[in-house]
Every structure is written in structure tokens, then in C-alpha cells.
Design a protein around this ligand. Structure first.
Ligand code: KG4
Ligand code: ZN
Length: 357
């Protein structure tokens, strides 16, 4: 039989997204229109600017998603959208588009929880041969999120940890800026990673920098603003202009501390879960920051050392599915089990800007 085909919408924050995904795990299209640059001057997402951009970009995104999937809207079986959580006005752009389209075409509709979609994404992005088994952990590290999620089944999830302040991606971006790195083509985070690999030639030695400690060591919550301020404090103590060796040493201190924090919190989460008899077999690490090879290697060492008798598998989705963390493919995918079960939402379904998982 023909797979079930879903058109998904997402606009909970600053990306305008539309995608077509099938029940046989095919991503037929995945369109993400970024508006990051519009918000840079505000130092965060400016709601009315974001809403306007979503309204401007959504029609084109949907058109493109259908064209790239080579599918007519009449061959779409169901329509999914992000019901929450997120910025109310931003959510309403997807919601209105999805509801009106579904009603006009008389197609079933499903509203999806954004965080549940993140938690279920590994079932879409991991090769079928080593699909994660419930319960599994997702460590989502990007510009928008720093999250540790537990998925126990298709319908039960927990957010184990989130960041108390800045996201890990924004911290990489800010430290790259503070160290005056040129961003290259792959962006500030990747530029910082590359800079850490630079070797100093000649007699100059890298200065010693006191390692930055793991913030809130007994807690699962992340904090990356604290690492940023450690870098800033070190810069203010050094003589300007900073020498290249000082900048490399600081970049490495930051990246090492970021890795140590991720590893420490992940280990703590596994221990806490074990105390409650929850045995995690798979950990999936995704998000733009997950493309960092240094972080990957440290996470691998940590998990390999965690319990050598019962290895936990570590998965990194392919790079093209690691970046564009917020996308509509995950929304379409997370709606699938409900469509297949005939569990639809009414066309009057309301948004949930605040929605616990
Ligand atoms: O998931 P993503 O592409 O999009 C959003 O979150 O919007 O993540 C982007 C973030 C940026 O902060 C970027 O600097 C960071 O991921 N990033 C990296 C690396 N590549 C991208 N951070 C550290 N190391 C990298 N290699
Ligand atoms: Zn997200």
C-alpha cells in the first residue's frame, strides 16, 4: 500500500518551515527559511519582526516544499503543524495555514508538540539498522536549544535538562566574536572549532589558562553564559591586543569546558535514570553544534567509559539533518503515529504557546 504522506508546518520561533514526509520515513522535502539576521540587532527573537517574516515567507515555503517533493496538494494525506510551545503570534502563522488548508481540502489535521517532535526526530534520522530503542536520550545542542530529552515511548517524554541561560550555540557564537574570529563559510561555531585546531609555530608557548569548571555540578541544568563570562573575564585580564596564542588558549579552554559540561550532565542524567530503574541504551546527539568533532569525540569517550559491560550506543544523525534543528520534517514525522491511528485534531484546535511536555 501507498505510504501515508504528511505536509508539515513549523513557525514557533525564527524559522519558517514546510516539509513533506511519508510514513516510510522518506523526507520528500524540507524547506527552512531562516530569519536569524533580522533579529541580530535585538540580541534575541523580536516577536513582531518574526511574525511579519513568517507571514511573508510561509506561502513561498509551502509552495517550494510541494514542488521539491514533486507532489500535488491533492496527494497529501494529512496536514500537521506545531501547536506549541512557542511565540503565540509565530505559532499562529503555521496554525492558520494548516487549519485553513486542511479544512478547505477536507484532510485530517494533527497539532504537534514542538519538544516531542525534537524527542522523536531520531526515529526519522537514524538509519533503520541501528534505530534507537525506547527509552532513549536526545541531546539537542543548537543555536535555539540546549536540551536533554528522554523519550520512553511514542507518547511519553520528559525534558530532563535545559539551559539556565544562553544556548550552547549562542555561546560558541559570542565567544567566536569576542576572540575576533572571522566566521568563514560555515559560521562562527565551526570557525571556533577550527581555530582550536590551529598550531602555534616557533618558540611561543600557549599560555596556561585555569580550566573553567562545570557550572551547577550536582544539577542537570546547563549553563553556557557562565563559560562565556569566564572567557570575557580572561580577556579583560590580558593585555590588549590579544596575541594569537592567547586567543587559541582561550578558545580551547572554552571548547574543552563546553565538552566537559555536556559529558558531566549526560553522565549525571544516566546515573539518575538508573536509580529509577530506567536503562537507557541509546543516546542521539543532534543540532548544529553536534557537527563539532571535538565534542563528538569527548561524548564518545564518556559513553564508552560509562559502563563497558553494557555499551550505550551513541548516534549522530548525518550533518544535513543535524543542522536546521527546527524544521517541519520533524513536525510531520511526529504527527504520523496519530494519523495512522486515526487520532486527528478538530479544525478548531487552539494553540498552546505554553505547553508542558
Ligand atoms: O541547529 P542549527 O543549525 O540552527 C539553529 O539552532 O538555529 O545550529 C546553529 C548553531 C550556531 O550557533 C552555530 O555556531 C553552531 O550551531 N555550530 C557549531 C558548529 N557548527 C555550527 N558550534 C560548534 N562547533 C561547530 N562545528
Ligand atoms: Zn526547536
Amino acid at each position: 500500500t501507498r505510504p501515508f504522506t504528511v505536509l508539515g508546518f513549523e513557525s514557533s520561533a525564527d524559522d519558517t518551515c514546510a516539509a513533506v514526509v511519508t510514513s516510510s520515513r522518506q523526507i520528500l522535502s524540507n524547506v527552512v527559511v531562516k530569519q536569524h539576521s533580522l533579529h541580530e540587532e535585538f540580541g534575541g527573537i523580536h516577536p513582531s519582526v518574526a511574525i511579519e517574516a513568517h507571514q511573508r515567507n510561509m506561502p513561498g515555503a509551502v509552495r517550494m516544499a510541494l514542488e521539491q517533493a514533486h507532489i500535488s496538494i491533492h496527494d497529501i494525506d494529512g496536514i500537521a503543524f506545531t501547536r506549541g510551545p512557542g511565540i503565540g503570534g509565530c505559532l499562529s502563522v503555521s496554525s492558520n495555514a494548516a487549519k485553513s488548508l486542511a479544512a478547505a481540502l477536507n484532510k485530517p489535521l494533527v497539532g504537534v508538540h514542538h519538544m516531542q517532535a525534537h524527542a522523536l526526530t531520531p526515529l526519522l534520522t537514524t538509519p533503520i539498522a541501528d534505530l534507537p530503542q525506547f527509552p532513549f536520550l536526545t541531546l539537542l545542542i543548537s543555536g535555539g536549544h540546549t536540551l536533554l530529552l528522554l523519550a520512553s515511548s511514542l507518547t511519553s517524554f520528559r525534558i530532563l535538562a535545559t539551559t539556565a541561560d544562553a544556548s550552547i550555540g549562542r555561546a560558541f557564537d559570542k565567544v567566536a566574536r569576542a576572540l575576533g574570529l572571522s566566521w568563514g563559510t560555515r559560521g562562527p561555531g565551526a570557525a571556533l572549532e577550527e581555530f582550536c585546531r590551529m598550531n602555534i609555530e616557533g618558540p611561543e608557548r600557549l599560555p596556561d589558562i585555569q580550566p573553567f569548571s562545570v557550572p551547577m555540578p550536582g544539577k542537570l541544568a546547563f549553563s553556557f553564559a557562565s563559560l562565556q563570562s569566564s572567557v570575557d573575564r580572561n580577556i579583560s585580564l590580558m593585555q590588549e591586543p590579544l596575541s594569537t596564542s592567547h586567543r587559541i588558549a582561550l578558545a580551547r579552554a572554552f571548547q574543552t569546558a563546553a565538552a566537559r559540561q555536556l559529558c558531566a550532565k549526560l553522565t549525571l542524567a544516566l546515573q539518575k535514570l538508573e536509580l529509577r530503574d530506567v536503562k537507557v541504551r541509546d543516546v542521539v546527539v543532534s543540532g548544529g553544534v553536534a557537527s563539532n568533532a571535538f565534542l563528538r569525540a569527548r561524548l564518545r569517550e564518556t559513553l564508552d567509559g560509562y559502563n563497558p559491560d553494557e555499551r550505550i550506543s551513541l548516534h549522530f544523525p548525518p550533518p544535513e539533518l543535524c543542522t536546521d534543528t527546527d524544521n517541519a520534517a520533524m513536525i510531520a514525522w511526529s504527527s504520523m503515529h496519530r494519523f495512522l491511528a486515526g487520532d486527528y485534531d478538530d479544525y478548531t484546535v487552539e494553540l498552546r504557546a505554553k505547553w508542558s511536555i
